[in-house]
Write a new protein. Structure first.
Length: 191
C-alpha cells in the first residue's frame, strides 16, 4: 500500500505543479504496478498500464474530490484500465507469469523444495484466475490478493455489495475447483 499523500500536495499537482505530481507518482508507482501486474501477469503490459494510469491521473486530477482517498481513486483507475486490457484481443496472447513480489515473501521461510512448491501453487492460482471472467478476476484480486474490504471493492468497481459477494463466491469456487483438480491429479503436497 502506498504512503498517504497530503491533500495539499494533490491540490498543488492539480494546479499543474510537475514536482508535486512527480511526488505523487513516486509514492504510488510501485503500488500501481503491483496491482496491474496481478491483473495482467506480464511485466511489460503492467508497465504500460502503470504509465497509462498516471497519464489519466494527470489529465483528471482537477476532478479529484478530497473526501475520496487517492488510493481508492487509483484502485479504480488501475482496475478499469486492467479490465479494458483483459477484454481486449491482446489478452489471449499473454503468458502466465509468477508474481515476483509474492515469491520473494514466500522464500523467507522455506527450503528449496518448499520454494518450488510455493512457486507452483502461485502459478496454478494465476492460471485459475486467468480463467475467471474479468469481473470475477477483479473482485478476487482486489479482495483476496490486495486485501481490500468489501466496501472498498464495491466502490472501486462501482458494483453493489451483492454483486461483489456473488462474483467473489464464483471466483473462489472456480479457483478451488482448479486447485482440487491439480491436487487430485498429482502427488504433490503444497504447504
Amino acid at each position: 500500500m502506498p504512503e498517504p499523500i497530503t491533500s495539499e500536495l494533490i491540490q498543488e499537482a492539480a494546479r499543474g505543479s510537475h514536482p508535486a505530481f512527480r511526488a505523487i507518482v513516486e509514492a504510488n508507482q510501485g503500488f500501481v504496478y503491483a496491482l496491474a501486474f496481478r491483473f495482467v501477469n506480464d511485466p511489460h503490459e503492467a508497465e504500460d498500464i502503470t504509465q497509462e494510469v498516471f497519464v489519466r491521473l494527470w489529465k483528471n486530477l482537477h476532478n479529484y474530490k478530497p473526501e475520496v482517498k487517492l488510493t481508492t481513486w487509483l484502485y479504480k483507475i488501475v482496475t478499469n484500465r486492467c479490465l479494458d486490457f483483459l477484454k481486449s484481443k491482446h489478452k489471449r496472447q499473454q503468458k502466465n507469469a509468477v508474481d515476483v513480489e509474492k515469491q520473494r515473501e514466500l522464500t523467507n521461510y522455506s527450503t528449496p523444495e518448499r520454494d518450488y512448491q510455493q512457486h507452483e501453487l502461485i502459478k496454478i492460482i494465476h492460471a485459475a484466475a486467468d480463467e475467471l471472467t474479468p469481473k470475477q478476476k477483479a473482485v478476487f484480486i482486489l479482495r483476496d490478493l490486495e486485501g481490500l474490504s468489501p466496501d472498498e471493492v464495491s466502490e472501486t468497481l462501482s458494483m453493489s455489495a451483492g454483486n461483489v459477494k456473488s462474483n467473489l463466491f464464483h471466483a473462489r469456487k472456480k479457483i478451488s475447483e482448479k486447485l482440487k483438480a491439480v491436487y487430485q491429479t498429482t502427488d504433490k503436497i503444497f504447504l
